[in-house]
Write a protein that binds this ligand. Sequence first.
Ligand SMILES: *Cc1c(COP(=O)(O)O)cnc(C)c1O
Length: 370
Amino acid sequence: MKFETRAIHKGNHVTDNSGSVVQPITLSTTFEHGNEAGLLYTRAGNPNRISLEELIASLEQGADAAAFSSGNAAGTAVFQALEPGSHIIAPDDMYHGLHNSMTKLFKGIHTVSFVDMSDLEAIKAALQPNTRLIWVETPSNPLLKISDIRKIAEIAHEHEAILACDNTFATPVFQNPLLLGADIVMHSSTKYFGGHSDILGGALVTKEKNDFWTKIRTIQRVGGAVPSASDCYWLARSIRSLAYRMKGHAEHAMVLADYFLVNPNVEKVFYPGLKSHPGHEIAASQMSGFGGVVSFQVKGGAEAADKLISELKLFANATSLGGIESLIERRAAVEGPDTLTPPNLIRVSVGLEHTDDLLEDLDQAFSKIN
Ligand SMILES: *Cc1c(COP(=O)(O)O)cnc(C)c1O
């Protein structure tokens, strides 16, 4: 079955005899012993989470998926599943929440080298005998840098390390890291999976059900950072339309990227769909679309960037991305003092409003910073 069809039909198990077309929400926290589904207690598993996991595994073409209460909980589970004393290679522009998880929660447990993941030689140079995990995020946040998943998977596997890919920005609509050689895929389902800025969630998907995955499952069930049955229901409901939303987001992002490219107030545009983007060719070889996030640098520094944002009416100035509504944010302002993000960089999560309206709003806001 094609992606769109799997997204609509996988993980929809009507559990009663009502003839419902859609699987209901099972709120019960506990299940009678000896039940046919083998359910025990909701933290260990419940019908809605099982269905959501089946759906996400199918979209990433993995062997299994595990749903978590947030993207950070999902990523943290991977670091926790490593043997203590492991070395990790991670992107120097890693999503700051997971950067925090690695450096704060695993300080004294694992060691990390942060490198430029678009530079294969830098990755090789960072390898240590105890390197057990290479983490990539492609396209990256917020500079939209591209890592070559196939080549990095080879490097990882030659060194008996696993490759995990944060696929939040690309989504399985545009990129399937497991098919390119990655072992684990991570998602913040808060973003495009949820798609409406109203659900917090995360997921991991594995290529194989191996010992590492058994550990992840234990961390999920015993650690207990799991989504509620209702959240699983709403997330599955949102994922049903993911393919169509992503096509819209990517089409609109391209329109805005082209607009920024010729705008005299813009210093630089970051979007992997642009031929001028340094990662464009690799992106085109591993993605079937370039996603819905565009970043750009405004002439006039942080001050001009803040002024532009304050003049926009349709773009909400807020953290996060992946919702149907356009969001805009000056990233350096939220990432704190050690960020590598330039101070005049604005990240746009391009929504599904009509692009004529988005461009009109941008035009009026740019006219005020001159
Ligand atoms: C938001 C995000 C995360 C963290 O997910 P939460 O759901 O906020 O915990 C991880 N990686 C990327 C790329 C993200 O955008």
